[in-house]
Ligand binder design. Structure first.
Ligand SMILES: C[S@@+](CC[C@H](N)C(=O)[O-])C[C@H]1O[C@@H](n2cnc3c(N)ncnc32)[C@H](O)[C@@H]1O
Length: 384
């Protein structure tokens, strides 16, 4: 017998499956519930309301349309309708009959029948229909697993200068646990570099970029992050060949040399300009975020009612966006021979003391981003 409970998330009040009835081991398993709802994704949804609010002010658009083709309970669509300024229409959709009925219920109980249109369709069919009808400003692809099957039609359905947001929960695939699967699914080779979680998100961005290029579009990531089991990328889609050519320059490869701890990017797509090192890619080698967007538009849309985790991730990403576009390093890499591990803040202090940039990385608890020579940093730390 299915059981349902009411939850409040953001400004929405939603009916969701009672997850205490769908436990595997000792943890609730949202995928086993009749309709998918993961309370941990509050962080994703809260940050997304701030990102879309930031996008509205960044582009000065009014009356924007938002499409969520994989809606589950509809919690995200309802939150966008209630919490994003200047939304004229939200399209919520799910292929599952139960999800469709639940979305309608949740839209109705939040008094949003005039704003949210609910459909039961295959996401790709819906996106193609939206493309034919003129497109949407924001498309949010939030699947269980890889967003790959929905990228191409999202690019068709999004308007010029629209915002495409995608979630990928196959972090293991993208970050090198299953390299051949990554090659098949994403057309790129990951590597288990110390910064493999950054390799993963860059491969995900490159997937969007490579699809966009094939249509003569360009992309500009506004924010990208990792939060535990999922990656999230939100990028502007620019439907102009000049931007496609710019985007092409931001594709390349990433390298890592264990002997010297050197890391970085090699431009060149589809063939790298040099192949002296073991490479990961093709992947995105441009900025992972737009610091101006984050500081000027995203930050001021963080709400008091977001969870502490959502606020903490926002703070870390904003701080990290001020660092250099060089893959993050781990404190373990530079304190390997020391016999003890230096705390991250001490490492950052040492590097700053040497006159270089250093910021923490949200990708890893021991991660930091610096433009210093890491062997030099290691020497200084060893001498301490
Ligand atoms: C991870 S859940 C969505 C969670 C939701 N976005 C949220 O924030 O709570 C993915 C949903 O996609 C739906 N789905 C899977 N394949 C689909 C398809 N081809 N077209 C439309 N919906 C699909 C599933 O029924 C499921 O409800």
């Amino acid at each position: 017998m299915e059981q349902w409970v009411e939850v409040r998330e953001g400004l929405a009040s939603i009916i969701v499956p009672d997850l205490s009835k769908y436990v595997v081991g000792n943890r609730p398993e949202p995928a086993h519930a009749p309709v998918f709802y993961n309370p941990r994704m509050e962080v994703n949804r809260s940050l997304s309301t701030a990102i879309i609010n930031g996008y509205v002010s960044y582009t000065s658009k009014t009356g924007i349309t938002v499409c969520e083709p994989l809606s589950g309970t509809g919690v995200r669509a309802v939150r966008y309708a209630k919490e994003v300024n200047g939304v004229s229409r939200v399209i919520a959709n799910d292929i599952s009959e139960k999800a469709y009925e639940l979305i309608r219920l949740n839209v109705d109980r939040n008094g949003l029948n005039d704003v949210v249109s609910v459909y039961r369709d295959d996401a790709n069919n819906l996106l193609l229909r939206i493309a034919r009808e003129g497109g949407c400003d924001v498309i949010d692809i939030d699947p269980f697993g890889s967003p790959q099957p929905f990228i191409e039609n999202s690019l068709r359905a999004i308007k010029d200068e629209g915002l495409l947001c995608v979630t990928a929960t196959d972090v293991g695939v993208l970050s090198g646990k299953y390299p051949i699967k990554c090659v098949r699914r994403y057309g790129a080779l990951p590597q288990k570099f110390p910064y493999r979680f950054e390799v993963g998100i860059r491969i995900l961005i490159s997937l969007i970029a490579r699809h966009a290029l094939s249509m003569d579009y360009g992309i500009q990531p506004l924010i990208s992050f990792l939060d535990g089991h999922y990656y999230r990328v939100c990028a502007l889609i620019l439907k102009d060949r000049a931007y496609a050519l710019e985007t092409l320059k931001n594709l390349g490869y990433a390298y890592y040399r264990p002997g010297t701890l050197q890391r970085g990017f090699i431009p060149g797509y589809p063939i790298p300009t040099s192949a002296r090192y073991r490479l990961a890619g093709p992947l995105w080698i441009g900025n992972l975020w737009d610091a101006e967007f984050l500081m000027g538009h995203f930050m001021r849309n963080i709400r008091d009612y977001f969870s502490d985790r959502a606020k903490e991730i926002s703070r870390l990403i904003i701080e990290e966006s001020l660092g250099p576009n060089i893959p993050y390093a781990l404190t373990t890499e530079i304190s390997k021979d020391l016999g003890r591990e230096l705390p991250i803040n001490d490492v950052i202090g040492v590097i700053k003391g040497l006159g270089y940039q250093a910021v923490r990385s949200h990708f890893h608890i021991k991660g930091f981003r610096t433009n210093a020579d890491l062997l030099r940093v290691r020497e200084v730390i060893m001498g301490k």
